[in-house]
Design a protein around this ligand. Structure first.
Ligand code: NDP
Ligand code: 2IT
Length: 444
């Protein structure tokens, strides 16, 4: 049995109840085969694959808080510190009822490779809770965030582990958590990113993941002799990533005709009205039915369905495993040329393979959505030097990082004879840097 297969078997056995983690590891290790097989004895002797698939440590803790009726509620909190070979652990906090250890581990594992691709010094980590922010008052959100941070504060720090936002965690939650960290530790430091602009946040961090996704997509199109101008784009999600991806795609001259949330989706023949979407989702925190009610050109549909709309480009920006094999078939049948992932692991492995086999240019989330965490690392730099850069300066750095990521993953795929396989290119390029650092630092 090859070394890759041996480790895959081991990971499946040791983490049998964590399907998302197994999925993420399977995708990465399969695509690393040419690299590992070129030097199998060496990788095996150093147990590189066993070490990179086992987190440095993982914390699970009780999060008690009091709701508006005076009832005590208990949630489960997580932080997985996966790998700090190239910098402090870095990765978001997801607040969603579906959160469990396996989901946080898959996200933390992917973050190692993504963060390496940014070219900035950040290791991989992730955290969150099964707390559901939907329908909670601001006071309940604060009570939860303070309790969550009371425990989390023991394990993080500006040079140790720097959490940020993810699903369900935005500026409001980061603010409450930052305040609690400051109270407990007594230090004003860059311990979280995605902070408000008046207390150490970076301009362009809010927009960064969506904008970065489009900077990379635009470079990919350009390198294939195409542009964004006049293209029809289908986006899923209606949160932070989806909103700013839609805005930047429109600024580039494309027409985005869909968005979705966990209950339904919108088809808007005139193109999504970003100002209205922001009002519905960021201000009112309401359902997409409110978007449809205010917009005559929009149709609202219950359930899922954005991938059935004819498009040139598809950008999944909601959550994991939201683009299935049947969706991939529909996209190909409708002539879609390009799929770039704004979310983490939104496309299943069989759907990814179908898209690649049918000539769709496919870039996975580890490369395509790296603009968010890259800009978080720029926020860390600004905090360290106690300065704030202008929007234009941060945005220019973000563009540069995303264009470089595209060329880096394209080159890595070509080096191993897999031209056009950007999934393999991203995993290989991300892996090489981390492994170099791990080897240099000895057995740890
Ligand atoms: P938000 O919470 O802002 O938005 C998430 C969106 O996805 C919402 O529209 C939500 O619907 C929808 N959604 C969430 N879970 C489900 C589900 N189980 N089924 C259907 N729809 C769902 O999160 P973000 O925009 O920040 O994150 C979106 C994705 O991007 C995630 O995969 C995240 O890990 C990834 N990502 C985020 C980065 C960031 O900087 N924020 C950086 C890189 C990746 P509803 O409104 O109903 O909840
Ligand atoms: O998945 C991700 O890269 C994020 N949620 C952003 C992490 C960060 O530290 O900015």
């Amino acid at each position: 049995m090859s070394y890759v297969d041996e480790v895959l078997e081991l990971v499946k056995k040791k983490n049998a109840s964590e399907p998302e983690f197994i999925q993420a590891v399977t995708e990465v290790l399969n695509s690393l085969r040419p690299v590992v097989e070129a030097n199998e004895e060496f990788y095996k002797k150093n147990a590189i694959l066993e070490r990179i698939t086992e987190p440095d440590r993982q914390f699970m803790f009780r999060v008690p808080w009091v709701d508006d009726k005076g009832q005590v509620q208990v949630n489960r909190g997580f932080r997985v510190q996966f790998n700090n070979a190239i910098g402090p652990y870095k990765g978001g906090l997801r607040l969603h009822p579906s959160v469990n250890l396996g989901i946080i581990k898959f996200l933390g594992f992917e973050q190692i490779f993504k963060n390496s691709l940014t070219s900035l010094p950040i290791g991989g980590g992730k955290g969150g809770s099964d707390f559901d922010p939907k329908g909670k008052s601001d006071r309940e959100i604060m009570a939860f965030c303070q309790s969550f941070m009371t425990e989390l504060s023991k394990y993080i720090g500006a040079d140790v582990d720097v959490p940020a936002g993810d699903i369900g965690t935005g500026a409001r939650e980061i603010g409450f958590m930052f305040g609690q960290y400051k109270r407990i530790r007594g230090t004003f430091e860059g311990v979280l990113t995605g902070k408000g602009l008046t207390y150490g946040g970076s301009l362009a961090r809010t927009e960064a993941t969506g904008y970065g996704l489009l900077y990379l997509t635009q470079e990919l199109m350009k390198c294939h002799g195409e542009s964004m101008e006049g293209k029809t784009v289908v986006v899923s999600g209606a949160g932070n990533v989806a909103i700013y991806a839609t805005q930047k795609a429109q600024q580039m001259g494309a027409k985005v005709v869909t968005c979705s949330d966990s209950t339904g989706w919108i088809y808007d023949s005139e193109g999504i009205d970003v100002a209205l979407l922001k009002e519905v989702k960021e201000v009112k925190r309401a359902r997409l039915t409110e978007y449809a009610a205010a917009r005559p050109s929009a149709e609202y549909h219950e359930g899922r369905g954005v991938w059935q709309i004819k498009c040139d480009i598809a950008l999944p920006c909601a959550t994991q495993n939201e683009l299935l094999l049947e969706d991939a078939k529909q996209l190909v049948a409708n002539g879609c040329k390009c799929v770039c992932e704004g979310a983490n692991m939104p496309t299943t492995i069989d759907a990814t393979e179908y898209l690649q086999q049918n000539g769709v240019w496919f870039v996975g989330g580890k490369a395509a959505n790296a603009g968010g965490v890259a800009t978080s690392a720029l926020e860390m730099s600004q905090n360290s030097e106690r300065l704030s850069w202008s929007f234009e300066e941060v945005d220019a750095k973000l563009q540069n990082i995303m264009v470089n990521i595209y060329h880096n993953i394209d080159d890595a795929a070509k080096r191993y004879g897999m031209e056009g396989n950007y999934v393999a290119g991203a995993n290989i390029a991300g892996f090489e840097k981390v492994v170099n650092a791990m080897l240099a630092q000895g057995v740890c």
